[in-house]
Ligand binder design. Structure first.
Ligand code: HEM
Length: 207
């Protein structure tokens, strides 16, 4: 792929980006169509919250796959969709939090909920770590922050681990799914560790 002419062609790259955007939009389109058809089951609020949380989590994992894919295939197209996937993950995470506040909590007992339920604390921690990443994802911020940008963006590693903890903490069934995601994250982190060493993975540390 790296040497082939078509894989570097602007039209091919555009089509690839559009396809990735379409795939990343699928959970949202699925949700909208289900809301329109009123087919979200007996507890729509719960269903919406779970679907959005899962989409955020899966897209975060997909974002972390892009650098290894680039290194293994030698094709830079993967890196061109990395930021977009990360922003989609943040988009779903934000909607997930809003859906929780609106449909499950009803904007009441915020402090009690966030301090008394450990899995909510884990979710909030993961979300808080994603905020600076989304805010500094532009080319302008990348230039402005220079070397610090890379150090800051290592926050994605603890964020995904804590999101996984949040996921397993509230799970009632399907341990296999949790193990699958856990192993995927472990492999992705191990690959990073091998390439960049431990310093390359600790936020705010020059690696
Ligand atoms: C303030 C932040 C957050 C809050 C309050 C929150 C709250 C919740 C709640 C209430 C559930 C459903 C629990 C149930 O089924 O009873 C849930 C599930 C979930 N959340 Fe979060 N969450 C937060 C952040 C995040 C973030 C940042 C991610 C991922 C990046 C995430 C991923 C998930 C996943 C994967 C599930 C499981 C969905 C499923 O069961 O299919 N959450 N969260």
């Amino acid at each position: 792929m790296p040497g082939s002419r078509w894989s570097g062609h602007p039209r091919f790259l555009l089509a690839f980006r559009l396809l990735a955007a379409l795939l990343a939009s699928m959970p949202f389109l699925f949700l909208v169509s289900n809301i329109a058809a009123q087919s979200l089951g007996p507890d729509p609020g719960q269903e919406v919250t779970e679907l959005l949380g899962l989409a955020a989590f899966q897209l975060l994992i997909a974002t972390l796959c892009m650098t290894p894919l680039k290194r293994w295939t030698g094709w830079s197209g993967w890196i061109r969709i990395r930021r977009m996937l990360g922003l989609f993950a943040f988009f779903y995470a934000t909607l997930h939090v809003l859906a929780f506040l609106q449909f499950i909590l009803g904007w009441t007992d915020l402090w009690v909920t966030f301090t008394k339920r450990p899995y909510i604390v884990a979710g909030a921690l993961s979300f808080l770590m994603l905020i600076p990443l989304a805010l500094t994802s532009t080319q302008g911020m990348m230039k402005r922050l220079g070397r610090s940008w890379k150090q800051l963006h290592k926050l994605v590693y603890p964020s995904i681990v804590v999101a996984w903890v949040h996921f397993i903490w509230q799970a009632r069934s399907d341990v296999g799914e949790m193990v699958f995601y856990g192993l995927a994250i472990l492999v992705l982190l191990a690959v990073r560790w091998k390439w960049a060493g431990s310093r390359g993975m600790i936020p705010f540390v020059r690696g």
